[in-house]
Design a binder for this molecule. Structure first.
Ligand code: SAH
Length: 339
C-alpha cells in the first residue's frame, strides 16, 4: 500500500490511514473521512473494497457464543465462531471454503473444497466479528472450515496482517493453528519459528484407527507425523497441543490411551480431548468414556484437558451451519467445487 500511494503521488501517511480504516471494517471509501474527496473518488475508480455480509447469525442462550455465516464477494459462505472465555474473547476462523481432507467425523469436508480463502477474507472474519458483536477479540484459533496448512501462503500472510501493530495487533502467542498433520508444511512452518501454538488433530494413536478416521493418514502415518511433531518442538521450542475427538467404540479404549501415552513419550505435549459433535450424515457417536480416558492418560503423566462445549444449542461446530445452508438448497457452489 505504501508503494501504491507513492505511485499516486500521495504523502507517506496515506497508506497508514487507509490501512487503519480497513481494520475498522469500513464498507466504502466514502467512510474514509480523513482522505481528500478527490482521492476517495480515485480509489473508487481503481480499487475494489469487498466486505463479507452476515448471511446467518446464531447466538447461544447458554453461553453467549455467536456463530456467523458470512457471505463472501463471490456468494460462497464460511463460518466464524465468537467464544467468550474468562481469559478473553476468542474467534475461530475458517481458512478455506470447504475442505479436501475428508475426515469422516467432520461436517466441513462433506462437499470437498470449493476454494482457498485469500488473506483478506480470513482477516475480515476477525474484523467484522469484532464490528458486528461490539466485542474486543484477544485470541484467534484457526480451527474453522478448511485445512490451514493446505492454504499455507495465504494463511501466513493473514498471520502477518492480524499481528500488525497498526492493524488488529494480536500477538502470535494468542493464536492457535490446527492441522490434520500435513508433515511437509509442519516442517516449513517450524522453519519460520513463529510463537503461535500448533495444534495437531491426532484422534488415534495407531495407523489402522487413524486411517479409518482421517484419510490423510494413509499417506503420512502416525510414526512420521510424531517424528515431525518432535522436530517441530525441537526447532521452535513450542509445545504442541494434540486434539483427540472421542468416538464411541473407535478410539476410546484404555489400550488406545496407553498407546497414545507411548507415542507422546519424549516430548512435552498436551492432549485436548474433544467430545465428538454429532454430524447428521455420520454414524459415529460421542464416546461416554471421556473421563476414564483422561484418567488413564494422566496415570501415564500426560497433561490432559477436556474441551468445554460452547454453543451447544446452536450449530456451533465445524461446518455445520454452512452445511445446513447447502442442504437447504440456497448455496452457490461453483461446479468444480462439487465432488
Ligand atoms: N483442518 C484442521 C482444522 C479444522 S477442525 C484440522 O484438521 O485440525 C478443528 C478441530 O475440530 C480438528 O481437531 C477436527 O478434527 C475437529 N473436529 C472436526 N469435526 C469434529 C466433530 N464432529 N466433533 C469433534 N471434533 C471435530
Amino acid at each position: 500500500m505504501d508503494e501504491y500511494f507513492k505511485e499516486l503521488g500521495q504523502p507517506n501517511f496515506r497508506a497508514g490511514q487507509v490501512f487503519r480504516w480497513l481494520h475498522q471494517g469500513v464498507e466504502s471509501f466514502d467512510e474514509m473521512t480523513n482522505l481528500p474527496r478527490a482521492l476517495r473518488e480515485r480509489l473508487k475508480g481503481s480499487c475494489a473494497l469487498d466486505v463479507p455480509s452476515v448471511e446467518r447469525k446464531q447466538v447461544s442462550k447458554l453461553d453467549g457464543t455467536i456463530k456467523y455465516l458470512w457471505r463472501l464477494g463471490d456468494g460462497n459462505c464460511v463460518e466464524t465462531v465468537l467464544m467468550r472465555y474468562k481469559h478473553g474473547n476468542t474467534v475461530c476462523v475458517s481458512s478455506q471454503v470447504g475442505c479436501n481432507m475428508g475426515c469422516v467425523f467432520c461436517a466441513s469436508t462433506l462437499g470437498g473444497k470449493v476454494r482457498d480463502l485469500n488473506p483478506a477474507e480470513i482477516l475480515d472474519q476477525v474484523i467484522f466479528t469484532e464490528k458486528d458483536s461490539g466485542e474486543t477479540i484477544s485470541n484467534i484459533v484457526m480451527m474453522g472450515i478448511g485445512e490451514p496448512l493446505d492454504n499455507f501462503d495465504h494463511v501466513l500472510r493473514f498471520l502477518a496482517l492480524v499481528n500488525h501493530p497498526d492493524g488488529m495487533n494480536i500477538g502470535m502467542r494468542h493464536i492457535s493453528l490446527s492441522t490434520c498433520g500435513l508433515v511437509n508444511k509442519i516442517d516449513k512452518l517450524a522453519q519460520l519459528g513463529l510463537q503461535l501454538t500448533l495444534s495437531v488433530s491426532l484422534h488415534a494413536p495407531d495407523d489402522e484407527t487413524r486411517s479409518r478416521l482421517m484419510p490423510v493418514n494413509q499417506a503420512v502415518g502416525v510414526e512420521l507425523l510424531m517424528d515431525t511433531c518432535r522436530r517441530y518442538f525441537e526447532t521452535t521450542g513450542r509445545r504442541i497441543s494434540y486434539e483427540y475427538a472421542m468416538v464411541e467404540g473407535v478410539n476410546d479404549s484404555d489400550a488406545q490411551a496407553d498407546q497414545l501415552a507411548r507415542i507422546l513419550r519424549g516430548q512435552p505435549g498436551h492432549v485436548n480431548l474433544i467430545p465428538l459433535n454429532e454430524v447428521a450424515e455420520s454414524p459415529l457417536r460421542p464416546s461416554r468414556r471421556v473421563r476414564q480416558f483422561q484418567q488413564r492418560l494422566e496415570s501415564h503423566g500426560i497433561t490432559v484437558t477436556v474441551r468445554r462445549r460452547l454453543g451447544g444449542d446452536i450449530d456451533a461446530s465445524c461446518g455445520q451451519l454452512r452445511r445446513r445452508r447447502i442442504m437447504e438448497g440456497e448455496a452457490h457452489i461453483p461446479e468444480e467445487g462439487l465432488t
